[in-house]
Design a protein around this ligand. Structure first.
Ligand code: FAD
Length: 439
């Protein structure tokens, strides 16, 4: 019997789900509200837009984010395919030209014969479909969020995230900064601003006293720890920044000419290096104050801001309460969720959950009880977070703490063991899964 399937949201998760379903001969209606309506952070008319950093994190083979990338590649990820085709130099990380990255995915999806794209904001769950994947992201439109909130007995959760400013390269005084990567990993990919102790303290004091965007009364401040606004970090201690995003380690002091107390790093936004993102400078300072305070940094006196830092509401559901391990609702099994709205955190993690929602839906269509990847694999570890019993439930990206280490022998190199186990267990799971599904 032919089933009607819809994916709502052509972000990182939605595109992955559509890609996998289409590859397996399943027709899909893909709903996307852009370009008719944009969230406060989305700007491009393309699918799979990267709303903040252009980085897909580490390429170090022992890093959990690398393991996730490797597993996703094996599962035929369109996000990974595009990221590798559109990468820009970024030291040991995988970073992309954001526009070409999204364009590539959009073009690929638009050529699929069995995918119909419907440019429309979805305001409730459409009832003409047999299966639906909701992948509307952390900035799900208000009307759908309200509808879902009701569906979840007003138990919908939320938190806040901040994005970092992007500076026009030509407006940076290059005589006051230097090009280098920390520990020489990756050549001249980053632009660095060394600060003396006096300059650092002057900057931190200005940050602390600067005017911030005020939240609306009902908006409780709950930040994601890995993406804290710079001014919140500054409030935590006078030298917190010098030990965090502004740490002065990994550079040749002879090249700088003095021993810096702190270093601000700017990462290329595109291959040509026409724009730079200030690393770790996500902020909720007002626009006027961002200009004043960030222009205090040597070399940025005349900085032109291509994009200001900002703060946005993020929406996610209480997955441990409402979702099955197969990413569908416990009480409406034909409704799946994917992406950051499930409480995974990050570009890769969101995309990965899109692949898995597509996979679980395919299993459902074949009436096969799916095996969940074990927690020794990166995907399994990530999905296990959505079943955590830690309350209140908060989003998380992949990290080593999520991996199952109960069979790890004592006095063994932890990283080596996790990597070896991950490879073995993923390959076993993949052997089983790839007999069912075309990746
Ligand atoms: C401000 C901000 C900055 C972030 N920065 C980073 C970062 O630097 N690095 C990182 O790894 N992660 C970051 N994240 C987290 C996360 O990785 C991204 O939000 C990621 O894009 C989530 O992927 P997704 O597929 O779940 O949602 P999205 O990529 O946001 O896709 C959702 C899609 O659904 C569409 N949509 C929404 N509502 C509707 C509707 N009702 N009907 C139809 N279409 C709809 C949207 O237009 C969008 O295209 C950030 C998140 C936010 C909010």
């Amino acid at each position: 019997m032919k089933r009607k399937i819809a994916v709502i949201g052509a972000g990182l998760a939605g595109c992955e789900a559509v890609w996998l379903l289409s590859k397996n001969g399943i027709a899909v209606d893909l709903f996307e509200m852009k370009p008719n309506k944009y969230s406060p952070a989305h700007k491009l008319p393309y699918f799979s837009e990267l709303v903040c950093s252009n980085s897909f994190k580490s390429m170090n083979k022992y890093n959990p984010s690398f393991m996730l990338k490797e597993e996703m590649e094996k599962l035929g990820s369109i996000v990974m395919e595009s990221a590798l085709k559109n990468k820009v130099p970024a030291g040991e990380s995988l970073a992309v030209d954001r526009e070409n990255f999204s364009k590539y995915i959009t073009e690929k999806l638009l050529t699929l014969n069995n995918v119909k794209v419907i440019y429309k904001e979805v305001e409730d769950i459409p009832n003409e479909y047999d299966f639906i994947i909701i992948a509307t992201g952390p900035l799900t439109s208000q009307s759908l969020a309200n509808y879902l909130n009701k569906l979840f007995n007003n138990d919908f959760l939320y938190f806040y995230d901040a994005i970092a400013p992007i500076i026009d390269s030509d407006s940076i005084d290059k005589s006051k900064v230097f090009f280098a990567s920390r520990y020489d990993k990756g050549g001249d990919d980053f632009l660095n601003i060394p600060l003396t102790k006096e300059q650092y303290y002057e900057f931190v004091n200005a940050l602390k006293s600067a005017e911030k965007v005020t939240l609306r009364p009902f908006e409780k401040e709950r930040y994601y720890e890995g993406c804290l606004p710079i001014e919140v970090l500054a409030e935590r201690g006078e030298e917190t920044l010098a030990y965090g995003p502004m740490k002065p380690v990994g550079f040749d002091e002879n090249k700088i000419g003095f021993k810096p107390f702190a270093i601000v790093q700017l990462r290329r936004e595109d291959k040509e290096g026409t724009a730079y993102n200030i690393v770790g400078f996500q902020t909720k300072l007002t626009i006027k104050e961002q200009e004043r305070v960030f222009r205090m940094l040597p070399g940025l006196e005349k900085a032109i801001f291509l994009r200001y830092g900002s703060i946005h509401r993020n929406t996610f559901i209480d997955s441990p309460t409402y979702l099955l391990p197969t990413l569908n609702l416990k009480n409406m099994r034909n409704i799946f969720f994917a992406g950051q709205i499930t409480g995974v955190e990050g570009y890769l993690e969101s995309a990965c959950s899109g692949i898995m929602a597509g996979f679980f839906l395919l299993c459902d269509l074949m009436s096969i009880e799916p095996q969940i990847p074990p927690r020794t694999t990166a995907i399994g570890a990530l999905l296990s977070h959505l079943r955590t019993d830690v309350k209140p439930f908060q989003p998380s990206g992949i990290h080593l703490g999520l991996f199952d280490k109960k069979n790890m022998p004592k006095r063994i190199d932890k990283k080596l063991w996790i990597k070896k186990q991950e490879e073995e267990d993923f390959n076993n799971w993949f052997e089983w899964a790839s007999k069912l599904v075309i990746f």
